[in-house]
Structures are given as structure tokens and as C-alpha cells.
Design a protein. Structure first.
Length: 92
């Protein structure tokens, strides 16, 4: 079952985001199990929204890669997790 994650961090910056991104997804290549990723500035800092093929895939990635990268960038964030029942995308 697919899951969605929403990361919002007060005071997060694009510099921090790019630092983490380069560590966990060099060349902007998605890790195994990641279906969708979007990121950008928000009113309070920075926001990242992801869809993963399963909770297990997300947990494996976080344990192996993301946790250390967030810590190195000085980011402390707890994502909101939800069950994905539908996705849509536009063909460009």
C-alpha cells in the first residue's frame, strides 16, 4: 500500500534541502521505492511531499540514508504520514 509523507520544517532553507538531496539522491535520481517527490518554499520554511510504494520502502530509505543526511544539514523534522488512495499526474 502506498504512503504519503509531508515534511514541513520551520526555518528550513533551500540550501539545506539541496544539501540533503545531493546526499540521498545524487543527480536527482529517485531511490528505490520512491514514486513521487516535490519540494519548495512555504510560509514557515520548506516543504517536501513524497509518495512511497510502501511504508517499508520509506523506512528502509530513512534508516539507511535520510536520517544521517538530515542530521548533517541541521534539520529536525517529523513527517506527517498518510495512506495514499489515489494519485494523478499530468502528461507533459
Amino acid at each position: 500500500m502506498a504512503i504519503g509523507l509531508i515534511f514541513t520544517g520551520t526555518g528550513g532553507t533551500e540550501v539545506q534541502y539541496r544539501q540533503v538531496l545531493e546526499q540521498v539522491a545524487p543527480g536527482n535520481q529517485p531511490p528505490p521505492g520512491l514514486l513521487s517527490h516535490a519540494a519548495g518554499p512555504s510560509e514557515s520554511g520548506w516543504c517536501v511531499i513524497e509518495v512511497w510504494e510502501s511504508q517499508e520502502a520509506a523506512q528502509r530509505f530513512f534508516a539507511a540514508h535520510l536520517g544521517a543526511a538530515l542530521q548533517a544539514a541541521g534539520i529536525s523534522v517529523q513527517p506527517i504520514t498518510f495512506r495514499v488512495i489515489n494519485t494523478m499526474s499530468a502528461e507533459g
